[in-house]
Write a new protein. Structure first.
Length: 89
């Protein structure tokens, strides 16, 4: 239970930031959708923390959530570096 709790506390935040960030960057009108997405961030964070308790063991929670964070942030970096995703100015 301690492993799942620490995975939820430590990895829930980056996963929810990643999820909300991807949705915000994919939106056509970033200026008008950013604030509502930021308001929904808390729900995404709670959902990510709850998801940690769906795994059988704490090690699996750490590996899956950590792997998802690494893959997601790597994909986000390459999409932004290649110019496929842009932040509205």
């Amino acid at each position: 239970m301690l492993g799942k709790s620490t995975a939820a506390a430590v990895l829930g935040l980056p996963l929810s930031v990643l999820l909300v960030g991807f949705i915000a960057l994919l939106s056509n009108d970033q200026k008008s959708t950013t604030l509502p997405l930021l308001l929904l961030f808390f729900l995404a964070w709670v959902g990510a923390m709850i998801a940690a308790f769906l795994f059988k063991t704490g090690l699996r929670a750490w590996l899956w959530m950590g792997g998802a964070s690494i893959v997601g942030y790597t994909a986000l970096h390459f999409l932004k570096a290649s110019g496929l995703m842009k932040v509205a100015g």
